[in-house]
Ligand binder design. Structure first.
Ligand code: MG
Length: 413
């Protein structure tokens, strides 16, 4: 078995730069596509760093999963060393030649397909929100194709140190044709059309060119990258047989454990508001928005911090009259606090609860808010004035009574 490959990348019809990268090293037996993301050209750095680290890893003897993990580390370290590149990341779908086929390591929504017996089969699962919704039966494939969050990916290199890599074994037969591509192809060209091109074109060069032309004809809204690999028999027949043995059953033998673990661990990223404005009928504007959701983690945290700050500012701008124990006090803040901002005592009156009339107690219990401390204190001052008036009256009444009693006493005998 011998592998012959062509890799090709195109900026597409809309984007100004190309953030995709690819590799086809027949000597090392390694083939890969990486689709980078991140502003200020960081995306193309991420995909290039990942590809280079992958190549170095495989050249150094790493197995595929290990090499993808090394690529992840390389992207993270590059970002750590360059603040402008923080948050950059990349997908990576990589295949290394092994006895009898390919071993594929996969993170993100770039894809691997194999054409056998004229039938195109997808080998990888997308780590995307919509594909998870389809897998769990929440939406149909038709709904996924127009879903507003269809470009949200749930796994990428460059996000976290710990990365989960799908590890897939693909057995190959002479005449098979393998395709690794970025979503600039799979998002623009239907699988039936990809399959038709893969069947029709006689060599890897013409197949790669035709696939890219088809994505551009469909709008070319994202960078398009393909690596096409033909499996040639030992006799050196350069022509892939287009229709080998019909009914070859197993196309891809997947590492079930990896997939099951993956499905358990994957957590779709939320942030629907960031994407809600993307029309469901419009063809994808893609990545920049999509991957933005992952990169949005940082802005989202900042927005939450600002909201908490505003709530705190609002809460601390309020005053109300209440009780601390039995004492009447003026609080700064809102009753029971807001977003972690609890009320604090700003001023304490000499009045206690029992000094108030029932009507005043009920007013205090309502915790009516005041725009500033002065107004709140004035409100308590009125209670104090009223209390003093009542006390004076009460004293007067008592003296009168005493006097009267005395008078009565003196007159009794
Ligand atoms: Mg892309």
């Amino acid at each position: 078995m011998r592998l012959v490959a062509t890799g090709l990348s195109d900026v597409g019809m809309v984007r100004e730069g190309n953030e995709d990268n690819y590799l086809h090293d027949e000597r090392l037996g390694i083939f890969a596509v990486a689709d980078g993301m991140g502003g200020h050209e960081a995306g193309e750095v991420a995909s290039a760093v990942a590809i280079e680290a992958l190549r170095a890893g495989v050249a150094g003897g790493s197995l595929i999963t290990e090499a993808v993990i090394q690529a992840n580390t390389a992207v993270l370290e590059k970002a750590d060393a360059n603040p402008a590149m923080r948050g950059m990341g990349t997908t990576l779908t990589a295949a290394i030649e092994v006895e009898g086929g390919l071993r594929i390591g996969h993170v993100g929504d770039s894809r691997a397909y194999v054409l056998r017996a004229g039938i195109l089969a997808r080998v990888t699962d997308d780590h995307s929100l919509v594909e998870e919704l389809v897998r769990s039966g929440q939406i149909t494939l038709e709904q996924a194709a127009v879903h507003p969050q269809r470009s949200v990916i749930t796994r990428a290199l460059g996000i976290e140190r710990d990365i989960e890599v799908d590890d897939i074994s693909l057995e190959l037969t002479d005449g098979d044709r393998v395709l690794i591509c970025s979503d600039g192809l799979s998002g623009m060209v239907r699988e039936t059309e990809i399959s038709a091109i893969m069947r029709r074109e006689t060599d890897t060069d013409s197949a790669a060119r035709a696939l890219i032309a088809s994505a551009n004809a469909g709008g070319g809204e994202d960078n398009i990258t393909v690596v096409v690999i033909d499996v040639i028999g030992e006799d050196g027949d350069p022509e892939p047989s287009p229709l080998p043995e019909i009914g070859v059953g197993i196309v891809a033998v997947r590492a079930r454990e990896a997939r099951e673990a993956a499905s358990k661990a994957e957590t779709p990223l939320g942030a629907p508001s960031a994407l809600a404005s993307e029309s469901s009928t419009k063809p994808r504007r893609r990545m920049r928005v999509s991957r933005g959701v992952i990169w949005a983690a940082v802005p989202v945290v900042a927005i939450i911090a600002i909201c908490i700050g505003l709530l705190g500012w609002y809460a601390r701008g309020q005053y109300y009259v209440g009780y601390q124990g039995q004492r009447v006090v003026v609080f700064q803040g809102v009753p029971n606090g807001l977003a972690g901002w609890g009320p604090t005592v700003e001023w304490t009156s000499y009045l206690s609860r029992s000094d108030l009339t029932p009507a005043q107690r009920s007013t205090v219990s309502e915790n009516i808010s005041f725009p500033n401390e002065q107004r709140a204190r004035e409100s308590v001052s009125r209670f104090e004035a009223d209390f003093e008036k009542r006390t004076t009256l009460s004293t007067t009444t008592t003296s009168t009574t005493t006097s009267s009693t005395t008078t009565t006493s003196t007159t009794t005998p």
